[in-house]
Design a protein around this ligand. Structure first.
Ligand code: MRU
Length: 377
């Protein structure tokens, strides 16, 4: 896979996702402001990738700082964190990554580190966030593949692939892992109007990997399900509330309702950095509204008449009752999600980063493989 994002000591390099699949162009961000603009304008997108970009943008910004004293350095650091936090509101991974950078800064400053030492620690932390995301995706893939039959036609929406993460992907990680295990997988990629992440990015990634891929327009999903052409759905997430409600790309909700109607499992694959236990339910998740132009135009071509009002919410919320299971790097959570998600998050704290639940810990509705009896909706 081409790397989604790379750290160089003088730049953060990203593949320009606005231009795919027509051209493979790399953007070299030399300042924190350029990284923030890249996130806002969707050069890089996808919840985990946004978090990684913000962390690298902060590290880059501090590396370029001319501050000599820690006080001025701390003021600049806060400004850059605020700049990153103002880019996109929905994906909680962004705020999770900023918090990690803030903790790194605070620990280093409290430990009496110099400006140079703090800079180095911020770079190290940004790299750890990047590398940890790839590892999480691989672990999610291994857990998620246990839910995939030996032969499966899988519908996905938006792009939750290598491009949306530091590599491998969440939903596409599950698909990749199933393929690596020798399963016969055919993917239906919903085009994902208006930004076309499914048609442009998911299809591009999967075709590059030689995985059987069919692109459908978003309004075909229901019919495909009714015709029996979909065995399961797997999507990513931008934020998962404590009760299991899932914010993901606009259109996900419709797919989930259709899946339930047709008795098709609807899985969400997301790292723990996407789970926000401070948000009790989906109604509290901020939903980004993006520019009208994404809806009114395709490239330079106008589709809609002047004068028509436009709505462009970038995400929707799928209530947890439609979610068959949530696949994380630490295992698979099932309803009741208040308990299973909290248990997954707690198990990490107890196991002190081992990635495994502490022995004997109570784990409601959490498993690491195929559920007993293969519960379906
Ligand atoms: O607006 P985007 O392209 O950033 O939205 C991306 C999605 O909704 C993805 O499904 C989600 O971030 C999960 S990515 C692993």
């Amino acid at each position: 896979m081409l790397p989604t994002i790379e750290w160089r000591s003088d730049a953060v390099v990203m593949i320009d996702q606005r231009k795919l699949p027509v051209s493979e162009v790399y953007v070299f961000c030399k300042t924190a402001q350029q990284v923030a603009t890249a996130i806002k304008t969707m050069v890089i997108r996808g919840a985990p990738a946004i978090g990684v970009a913000a962390a690298m943008g902060i590290a880059l910004g501090m590396r370029r700082s001319k501050a000599t004293g820690t006080k001025q350095f701390a003021t600049e650091f806060q400004k850059i964190c605020d700049l990153m936090a103002a880019t996109r509101p929905t994906a909680v991974n962004l705020f999770w990554a900023i918090e990690r950078m803030k903790k790194t800064f605070a620990d280093a400053a409290q430990g009496g580190c110099s400006v140079d030492e703090i800079t180095q620690r911020l770079e190290d932390e940004a790299r750890r966030i990047h590398d940890g995301d790839v590892q999480s995706c691989r672990a999610m893939g291994a857990h998620g593949a246990t839910l995939v039959p030996d032969t499966a036609r899988i519908l996905t929406h938006c792009n939750a692939g290598a491009l949306a993460t530091a590599g491998y992907g969440t939903a596409l990680g599950v698909i990749r892992a199933a393929v690596e295990q020798g399963k016969t997988i055919a993917v239906l990629a919903g085009e994902t109007r208006p930004f076309l992440q499914g048609a442009r990015l998911t299809a591009w990634e999967l075709v590059k990997d030689g995985i059987d891929t069919t692109v459908i327009t978003d309004n075909m999903a229901g019919s495909m399900m009714r015709l029996g052409d979909v065995d399961l759905v797997v999507v990513g997430a931008d934020r998962i509330a404590a009760n299991g409600d899932v914010a993901n790309k606009i259109g996900t909700y419709g797919v989930a309702v259709l899946a339930k109607e047709h008795g098709i499992p609807f899985y969400v694959a997301a790292p723990l950095s996407t789970i926000d236990l401070n948000t009790p339910d989906g109604s509290r998740i901020p939903i980004e509204e993006r520019h009208d132009r994404e809806v009114t135009h395709v490239g330079p071509n106008r589709l809609t008449p002047e004068g028509a009002r436009i709505r462009n919410p970038a995400f929707d919320v799928t209530p947890s009752k439609y979610v068959t299971a949530i696949i994380t790097e630490r295992g698979i959570a099932r309803a009741p999600y208040e308990e299973s998600l909290a248990a997954l998050m707690m198990s990490g704290q107890r196991a002190a980063g081992s990635g495994q639940p502490a022995a004997g810990s109570r784990q409601p509705a959490v498993g690491s493989g195929r559920p007993a009896g293969g519960r379906q909706q």
